[in-house]
Design a protein around this ligand. Sequence first.
Ligand SMILES: Cc1cc2nc3c(=O)[nH]c(=O)nc-3n(C[C@H](O)[C@H](O)[C@H](O)COP(=O)(O)O)c2cc1C
Length: 173
Amino acid sequence: MKITILNGSPRPQGCTAEMIRAFTDEALKCGHTVAEFDVCRMNIKGCLACEYCHGKGAGKCVQQDDMHKIYAELADTEMLVLASPIYYHGISGQLKCAIDRFYSALYPKAPESLKYVSMFLASGDKDQYTGARFSFDGDFLGYLGLEDKGFFTCAGGRTEEVTESIREMARTL
Ligand SMILES: Cc1cc2nc3c(=O)[nH]c(=O)nc-3n(C[C@H](O)[C@H](O)[C@H](O)COP(=O)(O)O)c2cc1C
């Protein structure tokens, strides 16, 4: 299947990156197609709430920035992976900007092809995921009705166990 990963970590050698690497390795081995977007290194502005997309724009965002590369991918992707460090009890600001911009492409309805979602989170301490979980459950499972492929967390840099669970999930796709 076609998989799109949004990487919300600015650290190329961090825990988020390690979880993504484990997933990508296994998914590619299993014959899936994976596109990763490093949103911290892209020019993605916040949503303006101008509603152009739901009027004259007919689904297109008025802002001309790198988000259009992600929109092109979202049009026919089957699985979305949202990966982020926890910053102040939520996902990174860079990933939040990209998700807010889903408003033109995934609201009121996701493209037909999009069926599955998973979230990878890295934090310093344990039990820091309530905010991200609320959004995952409410926005992606509840509102968009996507199928849950797993909510994976890694606290304090201990990645061994979680990367194995992520590899296992990739093998079941
Ligand atoms: C701005 C900032 C805010 C953070 N806030 C939290 C937090 O609220 N809770 C927590 O457990 N860790 C927090 N951390 C630690 C990171 O979540 C942790 O280092 C994580 O491993 C970073 O992911 P990465 O390794 O993929 O970069 C914060 C780090 C930064 C830079």
